[in-house]
Design a protein around this ligand. Structure first.
Ligand code: ASP
Length: 334
């Protein structure tokens, strides 16, 4: 006769086997990415620039797909994808980040695992090449969620992440925007009406073959931001959120509004408690609530069934997505 303790173990083992089998049979994965949202005119981007952006988004998607189609985790996929975008000067994250009021780059990032609800975030980085990897080591190798400034950098360094000179992040185009911003000095209070001054935050959300969702977001923030200013991107629930119970979300837009409205968590909560679909929840938050507050931006998201949403209230959002069913897209404008 099987003893009760052994029987318990046996049934747990069987459940595990069955769920692995179901996941493998499902073999379903999905990935969505963004490179920022803004009210930009089509004419302000040349054909060549448009092509560069679309190619970089496609390259990032491909890296993510290699991981997901090989049975890799959604966490590995979103980190790898965001690293590609951080390494590109086209986007406002990692290299090519915008400058703060003192002419410095201060970088923010966060990552969240929808299975465990573990999360990691960093803010005010100046020397870690890939802030998203710093967020991941905070999540996995510390008992904390959020580290800032020097402490975050020391922790990233101790965990073997690549350290660079602050000059590594410099990009001439961003520097010119910063100089223009200082000259105009138009953004004193509510400000930041020039969308191109901050455009380019990056993010990724993935669903892997085991049904786990992860979300990652990385940014340089907003041009001319006060030293020490923290936007929504590294704030769990505001610019980034993931839960296998509902969805994963990565946001981009005017951070102060995204914090006040807890945008990413609001979308997940509307689904979880209110039974809304991902599309309805995202539309209400981005295209009703934020619009009423005159707040620009957008989100990308995937729900637990693999539905993808890219919702924005601006003329453009750099974005792309793919699914295991073979759907593919990369786009900038509507
Ligand atoms: N949300 C970012 C911030 O406020 C900026 C952006 O996504 O455009 O720092």
């Amino acid at each position: 006769m099987i003893q009760p303790i052994k029987r318990g173990f046996l049934s747990a083992f069987l459940i595990l086997l069955i769920s692995v089998a179901v996941a493998q049979e499902n073999g379903k994965y999905a990935l969505v990415i963004h490179g920022g949202a803004g009210n930009i005119a089509r004419e302000s981007i040349s054909e060549q620039q448009e092509e560069e952006y679309l190619n970089k988004l496609a390259e990032a998607l491909k890296i993510g797909e290699e991981i997901l189609s090989g049975g890799g985790s959604s966490l590995d996929a979103v980190e790898a994808v965001v690293k590609v975008l951080e390494d590109s000067p086209l986007f406002n994250a990692g290299k090519g980040a915008v400058f703060n009021i003192e002419g410095k780059n201060e970088l923010d990032a966060s990552i969240m695992c929808g299975r465990t609800h573990n999360a990691g975030a960093v803010t005010g980085l100046t020397t870690i090449k890939n802030p998203i990897s710093a967020a991941r080591v905070v999540m996995e190798n510390s008992p904390h969620v959020f580290l800032s400034g020097k402490g975050a950098e020391t922790f990233a360094y101790e965990n073997g992440l690549e350290v660079v000179d602050p000059g590594y992040f410099f990009d001439q185009r961003r520097w010119d925007q910063y100089r223009q911003h200082i000259r105009d000095n138009v953004n004193r209070r509510r400000g930041y009406r020039d969308e191109n001054l901050k455009l380019g935050t990056v993010g990724a959300v993935a669903l892997d073959m085991e049904g786990n969702i992860a979300a990652a977001t990385s940014t340089g923030g907003m041009t001319g931001k006060r030293y020490g200013r923290i936007g929504d991107s590294p704030i769990i629930g505001a610019g980034n959120y993931a839960s296998n119970l509902s969805c994963g979300v990565s946001a981009t837009g005017h951070g102060e509004f995204f914090i006040r409205n807890m945008v990413a968590y609001d979308i997940a909560a509307r689904m979880h408690y209110g039974g809304q679909s991902l599309q309805d929840a995202a539309r209400e938050v981005i295209n009703v609530n934020l619009v009423e507050q005159d707040a620009n931006g957008g989100i990308i998201a995937i729900d637990k069934d693999g539905n993808i949403v890219m919702e924005f209230n601006t003329t453009a959002m750099f974005r792309g997505s793919l699914t295991s069913e073979g759907e593919r897209e990369v786009r900038i404008f509507e």
